[in-house]
Design a protein around this ligand. Sequence first.
Ligand SMILES: *Cc1c(COP(=O)(O)O)cnc(C)c1O
Length: 233
Amino acid sequence: MRQRTTVTGLGERFQLLNEIIADVVKRHRRDAHNVKLLAVSKRRTSAEIRQCALLGQVAFGENYLQEALPKINDCQDLRLEWHFIGRIQRNKTTDVAKNFDWVHTVDRISVAKRLNDQRPEELAPLEVCVQVNLDGALNKAGVPPGQLTQLLAEVSGLKRLRLRGLMTMPEPSEGVELQRLPFQQLATLLAAAAVDYPAMDVLSMGMSGDMDAAVAEGSTLLRIGTALFGPRP
Ligand SMILES: *Cc1c(COP(=O)(O)O)cnc(C)c1O
């Protein structure tokens, strides 16, 4: 009985979330094809991921490598698209390069080089977004905007990586107007970068609490956990 309730709940939330996104997209006059959902499945089980996949979701995001690897293995038959969205430890790049399709959190050249060297020959190049730190907070992941141009130049030369866009995760703030500010900054940075790198067309920004602001500013990839799976255990 309990299992059944959980399953029904996910189906309903998945449908509701897609309706909410469709509504936000329409309200901000965006093209629905350009706003995709990345289901953030950290702290969620393989069974929940499988259920979500059966509802039609293909792209899943994970933060913690140790947690993600068994789930990726469990779900191999589903041919899902796996996005690494957590902080990358320099000594853990091999498993990221081998098991993921996307990495959103490239923020230094040493890590980019390792991912490039370790990406297996038989796989397509790894799709990467560079993470930008717009808060200027210490101890926070992401390259400062002032160093972005240099990092993009270096990453773009790595043949086993495909530079696709920018990602940011701002400090939480209240109200759509405030939430829009960092997203607007990231959109401006992407527009500038796309002049030199036309393949960069991804803005990975917006989570459960700020998706409206993110879509308003041009997000193409919403990273949503709680609004889909419920509060994390
Ligand atoms: C957890 C996480 C999310 C999803 O957050 P929710 O508020 O649950 O939607 C998105 N992006 C990153 C990088 C995360 O760590």
